[in-house]
Design a protein around this ligand. Sequence first.
Ligand SMILES: [Zn+2]
Ligand SMILES: [Zn+2]
Length: 723
Amino acid sequence: MAFERQFGVIFTNPKLPVLDYSTLDDNIGIGSLVEVPLGSKVVVGIVWSEGDTKFDHSRLKKIIGTVNKIKLEPDFIDFLKKTHAYTLSPIQSFLKMAVQNLKFHKDQKMPIAYSLNSSNYSQITKRQKELISYFKEQPQRIAQYKQIKKDLGVSSSVVRSLENKGVLSKVTENKYKQEKIFNEPITLSSQQRQAVAKIREKYVKNEFQSWLLFGVTGSGKTEVYLNLASERIEKGEQVLILLPEISLTVDFKQRIMKRYGALAGEWHSQLSLNERRKVFKNVVSGHLKLLIGARSALFLPFKNLKLIIVDEEHDSSYKQEEAPIYNARDLAVLRASTLKSRIILSSATPSIETWHNCRLGKYHKVDLPKRFGEVYEPRVTLIDMNVEETPKNSWISVPIIDQIKISLEKKEQILIFLNRRGYAPIAFCTACRISLKCKNCSTKLVYHKTKNCYLCHICGYKVSEKTKCVKCKSDENFIPIGPGVERIRDEISRLFPDALSQIFSSDSFSKGEKHLEDMDKIKSGEINIIIGTQLVAKGYNFPHLKLVAVIDADMGLNAGDHRVMEKSYQVIKQVIGRAGRYASDGRALIQTWMPRHPVLQALLKDHGEIFLNTELEQRIEANVPPHGKFISLILSGRKESTLIDFGKELKNQFYSLKLQDFEIFGPAVAPISRIKNKTRVRLLIKSNKMTKISQIEVRDWLKNITVPNNIYFSVDIDPYNFY
Ligand SMILES: [Zn+2]
Ligand SMILES: [Zn+2]
């Protein structure tokens, strides 16, 4: 006879507490995904703890049952708890990312497919015969019913009649149930072999290890980590590869799918619900051995995950800026530590944090050195805008125009980089000179000529191109000030009317099929001039690209935070790294008003490691992260005074903790003081040492803050943005 037990069940809604339920089912335990009654509804929750014995069993509601027999592993629950402790965001919001809206309880049917069993049959109709020859042409003689109907137009009765004769039989297919990798092994260069060997040598079963795989663009880092991934997969283990901008890295996906076939899957926000559900199940069951995913893939409950790879680990898109705020690169390291497995961070321009950890000996480092004749890097020239002239109404200097001309004659591809979407960042009323501002945010509207509108890049608010001035009601034109990629394209079309150009930005770049077409045009060299935002820096491969022109290298250097140098260096280095990967005559021209600036000098002299070391030392000296820590507290709400008052109260509470080595700044109105109609106020906690003990004290305090109902409070650990 089964005994009744009771458990605490957690939900994906942070507002719901852990609630107790009872069950007689022996298979239910901590980690089980279950359905339970809640009010008048049935909801999915996760068995989180033993029940609170104070409650009377008989009055508890019963767990309805498990969902697809899914049970989260203890290491995953441990990871969620540590993630919560680290980010201070509710555990439920992370759980939600894993099981959100998957609606397992309304399990969808697998597509119906049939396979051809035998060729022994008698007395068949013409239609049936057609169907049999159709099956003979299919791979493995299997076809989905939906496809058969589409191709042959046969009714289900024809199929069923053959099924009754035993000619066809139904298969429930799971495409991730494949046993082996079907690829021919790839020959590695001697540097790649050495890098693989170095990481492999240090392998210890069930030991947590972090690696930095450091090598310039084109040095073949991917082959190194795929090699190590294959090793794990062949042992039946699972591997996760995180990429920035996954929905767009078509190249990479094709490469992976070809090599790993059905063993590989992908995970990102653009997948259909059905597809996500399939991937989820196969990740949990362990059938899916390799997952390439965006940052949220980290929150999938893998059965047997043994290797995590974070490609382009420096990329800021790993940081999720909306609640729950987290950095997937850092959490990936945490995940590997709970799994006692390895993690490989790969980059040509590693983050200062990762560099710091290598220097401290916390991370191992493996270099992929460049060798003459194998990896090419472009020749860099700085264009000093203090001495160069640009034609009137132009943003492209004469030396760049000359180089483009030469490149076009040689049929080389050209990339012009300006990290600014749209046509112009500001527009002024010709009559009264005020600029167009967002209705909901304290930002200026950006003119998008191709979309015929003025757009807020923060909240998406837009007004038509034909808008009247809010102040003087004039409907005369607004004057656009400054360049965006669309304006640069206009200039290029004027200067080189015969050249084919294309904008490469999140506005212009379509997704799915059309995207592949656009990409093909670029990769085949049909497009002569690409004009791109920082999207081009994210791991794309342009085989025909020889010349890169950076229009405004100083733009990023004007921000005020401690990562300014690092971010500018990374983005420009990644962009110019696109040029001449396959030939020795790649060139990069960089327009700047500050040619002596250390970032530009490091780019000019190709002093990557020196730059990282100097930058790290300067940060340590200035007492900013990775030395010590920053924690931002962001308050938002209707009234500024209420926010400031609450901010002051927080500050007083903080002082009463009497912590040494800590400072607190603010409350101050945020640089972008209003977003989506909410006023914003910030505080910054800075620790000079951040010892474990004080860290716990700060965290305990932050966790227990009581926030008034009219204020939205969020905590950003290791902030990337300070606006
Ligand atoms: Zn006006
Ligand atoms: Zn806005």
